[in-house]
Design a protein around this ligand. Structure first.
Ligand code: SF4
Length: 270
C-alpha cells in the first residue's frame, strides 16, 4: 500500500523505499534568505535541479538543468566540494546536517528546499524533511505553485510553503490557471505566503484579477509583490510610481500586501 513517504512507481504496482529515493541537487549552502516572509534569516539551502517552467526572469537558470554535479559547502560561506548526482536522501540530509550543526548554535533559522522546482522531487522531499526533524529546524518549501498533486505529498511534512503566483504577462507562456488555483486552495491549510514577481508589463487589471483569486481562498495570506531583478535585456521592474500603484491595487483585495525585492541580490549573496 502506498503511503505519503513512499514513492509511487508504475501506478502503485510497486513503491520505492526511502533509501532508494534519489534526486539531482545543484547545491547545498548556507546564506541569508532574500525573499518573502523569512527574508533576513540565515538558512541552509538545498537547491534541487530541474524545473517545469521557463520564466524569462529566472535567476537560477543553471539549476533548471538536470545534469551537472552537486556543489556542497563544507562550512557556511566556506569551501565547496563536488558530489556526483543523483544523491540519495541520507546523503543530502548529511550535507544539511554538516552546515546546520556548525557553531555557534542557532546560526540557522531554518532549511529552505528550493530550485529549480523542488516539487518535481516530491517523494524525496517528504522523506528528506522527515530525516531532518532531529535538527529541530523548520523546513520551508519554495515552489512555483504549479504542482498541486505533488504538494499533497509533502503537506504536513514541510513547515512553510512559499509559493509563486505567476502572472501571464511576466511569462513566455501562460501557466495552467487551474493548477495554480488548486495549489492556493491546498496551501492555505499550512503556514504559507505568496510571492508575485512584477515587471513593467504588469497592469493593475491583471494584478487585480490575481489578488481577487488569492483573496477568494485566503484574504489574510501574506502576499509579497517582488519587483523583478533585471537579469536579462528587456526584463524591467515597474517604475517606483507604478509599483506603489500596484501595491494599492493589491491592498484593495488582500489584508497583508508587502513590497520586497531580492534582498540577497542587494547584499551580493546567492
Ligand atoms: S519556476 Fe523558478 S527556477 Fe523555474 S524557471 Fe521560473 S524562476 Fe526559474
Amino acid at each position: 500500500m502506498c503511503t505519503s513517504l513512499r514513492a509511487r512507481c508504475g501506478g502503485c504496482l510497486s513503491v520505492a523505499e526511502p533509501e532508494e529515493l534519489t534526486a539531482p541537487v545543484a547545491e547545498v549552502f548556507s546564506s541569508i534568505q532574500g525573499e518573502g516572509l523569512l527574508a533576513g534569516f540565515q538558512q541552509v539551502f538545498v537547491r534541487f535541479r530541474g524545473c517545469d517552467l521557463n520564466c524569462p526572469y529566472c535567476d537560477t537558470p543553471e539549476a533548471r538543468r538536470l545534469d551537472g554535479p552537486c556543489r556542497a559547502e563544507v562550512e557556511p560561506g566556506g569551501e565547496t566540494e563536488e558530489q556526483d548526482n543523483p544523491l540519495n536522501v541520507a546523503q543530502v540530509a548529511e550535507l544539511v546536517r554538516r552546515l546546520a550543526e556548525t557553531r555557534p548554535q542557532g546560526l540557522h533559522h531554518s532549511v529552505s528546499l528550493t530550485g529549480g522546482e523542488p516539487l518535481l522531487h516530491a517523494e524525496f522531499i517528504a522523506e528528506l524533511a522527515t530525516q531532518l526533524r532531529p535538527l529541530h529546524l523548520p523546513v520551508m518549501l519554495e515552489t512555483n505553485g504549479q504542482r498541486p498533486e505533488d504538494l499533497r505529498k509533502v503537506l504536513g511534512v514541510v513547515d512553510w510553503i512559499a509559493s509563486d503566483y505567476k502572472l501571464d504577462s511576466t511569462m513566455a507562456q501562460p501557466v495552467d490557471p487551474e493548477a495554480r488555483a488548486e495549489f492556493l486552495r491546498l496551501a492555505q491549510h499550512s503556514r504559507n505566503f505568496v510571492k508575485i514577481v512584477v515587471t513593467d508589463a504588469v497592469t493593475s487589471e491583471e494584478l487585480s484579477r490575481a489578488c481577487a483569486e488569492i483573496a477568494s481562498t485566503d484574504q489574510a495570506v501574506p502576499v509579497f509583490l517582488q519587483p523583478v531583478t533585471p537579469v536579462a535585456e528587456g526584463i524591467r521592474p515597474p517604475s517606483p510610481r507604478d509599483l506603489l500603484a500596484l501595491r494599492a491595487c493589491a491592498a484593495e483585495y488582500l489584508r497583508d500586501v508587502r513590497v520586497l525585492g531580492q534582498v540577497h541580490r542587494l547584499l551580493g549573496l546567492r
